[in-house]
Design a protein around this ligand. Structure first.
Ligand code: FES
Length: 302
């Protein structure tokens, strides 16, 4: 209960103990969630659990602080008329007294205060734990430069089935991967068949398109979205993210949108059993640019 008879400083609830208990439960829930968050992170637990704990920390803290401010703190209204710039001795004395009463209101709830500080302190410590990820991080290798396509690697569908020369009608398109790496983010490739005869997209690519099949990296050179829309009528590939358009007849050169480079083309061949294979890896790193993209490129996998 409030220690003053002034209604401005009275609790805004007739059941302050219940409110205090509720706030304590919120802070304890937040505290437990901090521990849960740290434990889950340490155990490399599922992201969704991290998210649940993270949300509960803020929910517990938020509800607790709001309830504290709404029901247990002096509410006012506090109005000071501006008729005089200098406060009278009487006003100063009244202010000191009012300030003291507000402080009383906080002091009386030391337990809640300690809980609140404890949650925040633990929360701060929990944020140090992710530094482990930086300290123990593996130095990136050269994965960003190469895909799993190599000499004679079969192209397979999302079901892992090899793609034969008869797989697509003219105008067709299909997503394919290197054999053994279905679902690979870097190996995802769009296979299209604009025509039934070889289509030379650039000088030096005369034997890259058996029976009119062309294959381009599906990873957009702008921001990495999958370029999955093939406009058969115009022989164009469209990236749905920011509408970059690539002309497949000229080697998927970008003709519209923010993409800065063409989509890399995969050189195709046919193996002795009639299945499409790659002659070697892409001729350049796939996807968006990165700081050492050109500097450390040593040529494709053979
Ligand atoms: S990611 Fe393809 S246009 Fe932006």
């Amino acid at each position: 209960m409030s220690t003053t008879s002034d209604p401005r400083y009275a609790d805004r609830t007739s059941r302050p103990k219940t409110v205090e208990r509720t706030i304590a439960v919120c802070f304890v829930a937040a505290l437990a969630s901090v521990v849960g968050f740290a434990w889950t992170y340490w155990q490399s637990g599922p992201d969704i659990l991290l998210g649940v704990f993270f949300s509960t920390i803020f929910l517990g803290l938020g509800v607790g602080v709001i309830a504290w401010g709404k029901y247990l703190m002096p509410q006012g209204p506090f109005v000071e008329d501006r008729h005089s710039l200098a406060s009278t001795n009487q006003d100063r004395a009244a202010l000191a007294e009012a300030f003291g009463r507000g402080a009383d209101s906080v002091k009386r709830r030391k337990f809640l205060g300690k809980l609140f500080v404890g949650v925040n302190a633990l929360f701060g410590i929990a944020f140090i734990i992710p530094l482990r990820s930086l300290l123990g991080a593996k130095t990136p290798g050269n994965e960003q430069y190469y895909t799993n396509f190599g000499k004679g690697t079969r192209l397979v569908t999302i079901n892992g089935e090899p793609v034969s020369l008869a797989a697509l009608d003219v105008g067709g398109a299909q997503t394919v991967f290197p054999e053994g790496y279905v679902g690979s983010a870097t190996g995802q490739t769009i296979l299209i068949r604009p025509q039934a005869t070889p289509l030379v997209t650039k000088p030096g690519r005369e034997n890259w398109s058996p029976s009119g099949y062309l294959a381009f990296s599906k990873v957009c050179t702008h921001a990495g979205c999958p370029v999955g829309l093939y406009l058969q009528e115009f022989k164009e590939l469209l990236c749905p993210c920011h509408q970059s358009v690539f002309d497949v007849s000229t080697g998927a050169t970008q003709i519209f949108g923010p993409a800065p480079r063409p989509l890399p083309q995969l050189p195709l061949a046919v193996d002795s059993q009639g299945y499409l294979v790659s002659q070697h890896d892409y001729d350049e790193p796939i996807g968006p640019g990165f700081w050492s993209r050109g500097a450390l490129w040593n040529g494709h996998n053979s």
